[in-house]
Design a protein around this ligand. Sequence first.
Ligand code: 26Q
Length: 818
Amino acid sequence: MDTYINLDSQSSIKEGIIRKLLLEFGKNPEDASPQQIYKACALLVRDNMLYRMAQTEKKDRQTKGKKLYYISMEFLMGRSLANNILNLMKTDEFKGALRDLNIDPDMTLDQEEDAGLGNGGLGRLAACFIDSLTTLELPAVGCSIRYEYGLFKQLIKEGKQVEVPDWWLEKGNVWEVKRPEEQIQVKLGGNVENIWVDGRLKVKYNNDETIIAMPYDFPISGYGSKRVNYLRLWQAQATERMDMKAFNRGDHVQAIAKKETDELISKVLYPEDNNPEGKRLRLKQEYFLSSATIQWIVKEYKADYGDDLKGLADRVVIHINDTHPALAIPEMMRILMDEEGLGWDNAWSIVTKTFAYTNHTVMSEALEKWPIYLFKPLLPRLYSIIVEINQRLMERLSRTYPGDRKKHEYMAIISHNQINMANICLAASFAVNGVSGLHTRILIDDIFADYAKAEPERFHAITNGITFRRWLHHANPDYSKLITSRIGDSWLRDSKELSRLKPYADDGEFRWLLAEIRQKNKDRLAAYIREKHGIEVDRHSIFDVQAKRLHEYKRQVLNALHILYLYNQLIKDPDMPFVPRTFIFAAKAAPGYTRAKQIIRLINSIGHLVNNDPRIRGKIKLVFLENYSVSLAEMLIPAADLSEQISTAGKEASGTGNMKFMLNGALTIGTLDGANVEMADLVGNENIYIFGLRADEVNLRYDYGSEEVQRIYVSDNDLHQVLEQLVNGPLADLDKEAFRDIYQSLLFGDYGMPDPYMVIRDFRAYVEMQARVSREYEKPDLWWKKAVLNTAAAGFFSSDRTIEQYNEKIWHLEATKW
Ligand code: 26Q
């Protein structure tokens, strides 16, 4: 068998590619299109993975160990081929095989569409997790939706964001196996009745609609591991090709339309990030994923261990990635009671030993709540179960916190005619965790304080991480080789090993080599910017990068105002000492988030102004990169000198982009927020540019202190000038309305609280810290020493470490020994 999948040598890989081209496409290498070559390579790698997947399944059946189901509405996988190659064989040999065939390897890899089934941090975290789980030989499945359209593609037209559908499946998807024999029925709508059957109360479902959940499995390789795990992505399919009743009535359009509506469920990913929209279709999606997954889990369990479900929690752990799949909790209650005949207490006892929940945000507007009027007609049985969970919770609460009505209301699952999804998770999960130290503190002391006080042992702080294979080894191969040449390659599996780089911070040759690699990466990015955006940037300038979703709390506006400030300084004194900078932004805005779109417009207007003013003599350039995505990040991050992590303190739960830049040796300018706090602790304050209000200071401002804003506005002349330029002057001419709105929100706020994100308060501190950045960039020995120290201190941020902590504290899975 092994001979079919032998990819051990350059010549066997070459033979394999030729074979695939011939047998799949009837093409010789010299006649094949780039897309066909990509697919031949992918199919070759896929053979190897499917073989291992079957081996893994066999092994897991024998082992009968515990298995993790990681349910997430998003898996932002990006591209797979290069990653699978580096996991399964030697990248150099693979590239060599292609070159032997006169084929450009990079162009081949570039043929692959990103799997953009996620918005940002939360979705990419899930993707890094499944990589680390597999690398660590842990039995796990990622469960999600097979969206036909991933996150929209972004174009920038006349400075504005334009959204284009992301039809990622257009050319077919090599990385999936459809499993029709494992399809599952999901039921929506209708009504429920309690009826007595043989002296027992039973729930009868009437008039519900059935939708098929069709599984597609997407194999996942690990670095140097034998195991191949998979993502199971559910696709919605109508039960009938058409509604025959309607068809026979002669209503042909209606007959087909029904099918279309059913299949809408897996049509498109909702593009909101930290800003949910309470839409019926989104609720359907969440239930569809939850129900299909839980039905499948119970079915699999019964097949492996028999009909008695008492021991389920010993064999199954279900992790829910934020509240989006939280309906899995009442859905499991429903299945255990209505379908498996368990009583409430037995069902609840199983459920509360099975689920664990991670929170990813503290912003109140981002916490999911579903209005009853929307929920109840769609999910009548789940609604009645949630009412029951709530009632029992309230009884418990009146014992724990007698008479405290306010607390009860705050902790209730149902209040103000809404279902609070976080409270379902808090009531039912055996473990709850935050994604950084600071974030978990805020959960425990503030937003989930009432729950945390009652059962502190359920709460965990587990700082996020990233996979070093993709984010350094693959994205920055020259730096990876340099590191390996000095400390060996064990850091790829054991991230702590990176600390052995520390002495090289004082090694002039090492620093120089890193600087040279950075320059090469910057040149590649500069060429991309020239080609794609027609902007010429100074290859020696500081590449200052802010790449992340667009959100007010992430404060792209603070960055933009700083650029406008520098522009004003240079206009005043064109000969002042100035270290040239290229400001690079990349960010998608949720299509319905008007303010975020205005901010994109503002950034581009400032770019237009500074890029074209001859008095600036190219000392400042601003580039807004279109369509930020995983594959763009892989090119962008290794080219960054400075990483902008400047969220309002207390708002960014963790951040993971911050870790990717640090790992690649960029220096960070940032606030004490999310994982930045831990980055500063690890690398030392002298090697990171921390500025601005801390989270506790921000909270004081929210409680009082809005006069401060007026005071700063009238006393800081530079800030005053910049703010006025938003509404009067060169920018305002470009888009009066948009910039007035931003101006208003800064100075007066939306609900009477001026400067809600502390942009005005933090402006001066930011400007001063940026000046220090420029001064230190002028001292290469100092700068590159810090750069090396950043990489050397980044070991903690490996998702392998994160997964090990989840496993130790929450999951208790056993690594497979082969
Ligand atoms: C919910 C309901 C309806 C529509 C959309 C949503 C929705 C979708 C995505 C709500 C939130 C998100 C995404 C949140 C997210 O990405 N949070 C980020 O998670 C990262 C991983 O933990 C953290 O590093 C970031 O700090 C956090 O912002």
